[in-house]
Write a protein that binds this ligand. Structure first.
Ligand code: FHN
Length: 459
């Protein structure tokens, strides 16, 4: 927040806390699925059989990052991959079912990544799915299948396009550059309006590739475009990556107001402290491999997150009022990566037992527990325990002035009552009251488990 208020004409268009039903739904999702799928999925992060991996390479960036066998001229190589795109095993219903079983409440799907290849039959570029052997509209199949499963759909849309001659990374200066970039802006507007026409069931856009000076220089255009999109599709949800103000401030305008409905800066990282979020809505998007969003054939020699890591991140996010969005990179034939498939199943099994502590919950203003994460819904307080105490006693510190305190405790799995008692042992009893929940000696849990407490007025 700057010390003095800055004059901002192209700032935020929406209130920071929309209270309409669409935004309330966003706030209660908890878990989402991201899918990166496109012609890069054919390459699988390899070119001529050689991995382009490197430390943190992202497979959907192979056209740009290449690797040891990268051709110099991608226009005759990568840009022809669409001629092979014929994902015979693609079944949107199967993917949607998998997401449903995992417990995802929304999906973000890459309709067009930085390579510019559109997975829907856009009228505004020939570089799209209808030119591939597959031909059929993939975006429509995704929107229909996920919506039918009750999963809200958000369309990922990259502004940046590597192979578009009218796109430029730098701010256009000459008249010729300006004319070209204007064409690009109109093209982007057309495609977005087209998506809203074609897929009226979508809930939002998830923008990406908006960091270049060219897009940043178009703040008046992007301000008006956001307005137009919102007018055309009431309730539309757009994150903070779409645009910047006239001073170049992205995500937040120059006065610190969020640009969009939720903060979209949490990519492969989570906030350490709730206060950092300033009360904004947010999502965190996460890969299973280090930085691979698109399909990677070879996972050897890299740390890939396991189900317990991901559940920890999920609970971390929801305990701070965020949504956790787990990314999947299916292969060029439309098959989910078997390891990702397995993780989805394992998360789903856990969610079936513990979802109550995940969906529609809010942050709890208690001192964070070193044992896990607090969440709350109405009078129910949940502690998801990842770090089980050796002595079997789960201790909860409640500030002296609290208006609600734990009255009863139970294990969410099996609804088994647990002994709960107020303790008179503690280093700062003038500040906190301690409540001790005792776990049964014979209690076994192969993953994190949830203690559910009823909150009551203090005695
Ligand atoms: O460059 C992209 C990357 O490939 C991926 O799509 C992620 C997803 O959040 N976004 C970009 C980097 O911020």
């Amino acid at each position: 927040q700057p010390a003095e208020k800055v004059e901002v004409k192209y700032g935020t268009l929406t209130p920071p806390h929309r209270t309409d039903a669409d935004m309330q739904a966003f706030r209660s999702y908890g878990l989402g699925q991201f899918i990166h799928w496109g012609i890069y999925s054919i390459a699988g992060n390899e070119w001529n059989g050689v991995s382009a991996r490197g430390g943190a390479a992202a497979s959907e960036w192979i056209r740009s990052w290449g690797g040891p066998t990268a051709p110099k001229d991608w226009t005759n190589t990568y840009d022809n991959l669409y001629k092979q795109f014929n994902p015979k095993n693609f079944d949107a219903k199967r993917w949607a079912k998998q997401a449903k079983d995992m417990g995802a409440k929304y999906v973000i799907f890459t309709t067009k990544h930085h390579d510019g290849f559109a997975l829907w039959p856009t009228k505004y570029s020939d570089y799209n799915i209808s030119a591939s052997p597959y031909k059929k509209d993939i975006v429509k199949q995704i929107v229909d299948a996920y919506t039918a499963e009750g999963i809200d759909v958000y369309l990922y849309f990259s502004i940046l396009e590597w192979n578009n001659p009218n796109y430029m990374g730098k701010a256009p200066k000459t008249d010729e550059e300006k004319a070209k970039f204007d064409k690009f802006l109109q093209y982007t507007r057309n495609q977005l309006l087209e998506q809203l026409d074609n897929y009226p069931k979508i809930k939002g856009f998830w923008f990406d590739g908006t960091w270049d000076a060219s897009w940043k220089s178009a703040y008046e255009f992007t301000y008006n475009l956001e307005k137009e999109l919102r007018e055309k599709h009431p309730g539309l949800i757009i994150g903070s990556r779409f645009r910047n103000d006239e001073h170049g401030s992205r995500h937040f305008d120059s006065n610190g107001n969020i640009l969009g409905d939720y903060e979209q800066g949490w990519e492969r990282k989570l906030p350490a402290e709730f206060e950092w979020l300033n009360g904004n809505d947010w999502d965190a998007v996460m890969t299973i491999p280090p930085n691979g969003w698109g399909y990677m054939k070879d996972w050897s020699g890299i740390y890939t997150k396991n189900t317990d890591d991901l559940l920890d991140m999920l609970m971390h996010a929801v305990s701070m009022n965020g949504n956790f969005v787990l990314n999947f990179g299916p292969d060029g034939n439309g098959n989910m990566h078997p390891e990702e498939d397995k993780i989805a199943k394992e998360i789903g099994e856990w969610m079936k037992l513990n979802a109550e502590a995940v969906y529609g919950v809010r942050h709890v203003a208690l001192t964070p527990s070193k044992l896990g994460y607090f969440t709350q819904k109405g009078d129910n307080l949940y502690l998801t325990v990842f770090n089980r105490p050796v002595n079997g006693i789960v201790r909860i510190a409640v500030p002296k002035n609290a208006t609600q305190v734990p009255g009863t405790a139970a294990l969410l799995i099996g609804d088994k009552n647990l002994a709960l008692k107020q303790s008179d042992i503690g280093l700062d009893l003038d500040k906190n009251t301690y409540y001790d929940v005792t776990l049964p000696k014979d209690f076994q849990a192969s993953r994190a488990f949830v203690i559910k407490m009823k909150l009551v007025a203090p005695k």
